[in-house]
Design a protein around this ligand. Structure first.
Ligand code: 2AM
Length: 190
């Protein structure tokens, strides 16, 4: 069995910058730079043969390359309080379109039961367990204006995830190119 998810990578320099901004909140487990990405679809544990079918399905995803931007930070809350600190991703039409195309491709793979949670594009900066409330608030307020330079997403990947250590280890197993349009505007293909 292999644990998989589909995601957009972040440029290495941006990953380093975000990782360096972390720290100083007791109760926060910060993502290492290598782990920073934008999940398009979480798949979960599948058999290796199903993984081959997933790669074939994702090979059939055709979508344009597009600009991606991060804007500010936010918190996902559970009944017990904040669980996850993230950098928000500007939800451009092209990004939402890509997520839909990935979802549609995976829906055609027999034996997959993909979660259909609402797509809230984000980059997980830290997982939280009883975080220091004052420090967390200060971080969220201090980074409300986070706006690093946008970058061009020109490929996405099928990542494997190995959990159990201090941090999960994410490895791109297959890359899928997004397509450059000749002289066209950014945006969803019709
Ligand atoms: P998260 O960072 O918001 O927790 C690999 O686990 C990636 O898939 C993570 O970015 C994680 O998102 C995302 N993911 C989505 N649903 C998940 C789930 N049910 N279990 C684990 N990871 C999930």
């Amino acid at each position: 069995m292999i644990r998989l998810f589909v995601a957009l990578p972040l440029p290495p320099l941006l990953r380093q910058t975000l990782a360096l901004a972390g720290g100083g909140i007791p109760g926060a487990r910060w993502s290492p730079a290598d782990n920073l990405h934008i999940t398009l679809k979480f798949i979960g544990e599948v058999d290796e043969r199903v993984a081959d079918d997933i790669v074939s399905a994702l090979d059939g995803v055709h979508a344009p390359a597009f600009e991606v931007a991060l804007r500010g930070v936010g918190l996902f809350e559970s009944g017990k309080g904040p669980r996850l600190l993230y950098a928000a991703v500007v939800p451009s039409p092209a990004l939402i379109d890509l997520e839909k195309r990935v979802e549609a491709a995976l829906a055609r793979v027999p034996g997959l039961d993909i979660d259909d949670r609402r797509f809230v594009p984000h980059v997980t900066l830290a997982r939280l367990k009883a975080p220091d409330a004052g420090r967390l608030r200060a971080f969220v307020e201090g980074n409300g204006g986070l706006a690093p330079p946008p970058w061009r997403a020109d490929r996405f990947a099928l990542y494997s995830s190995v959990t159990g250590g201090e941090h999960p280890v994410y490895t791109p197993e297959e890359w899928f190119d997004l397509e450059e349009q000749d002289g066209g505007e950014d945006g969803a293909w019709v």
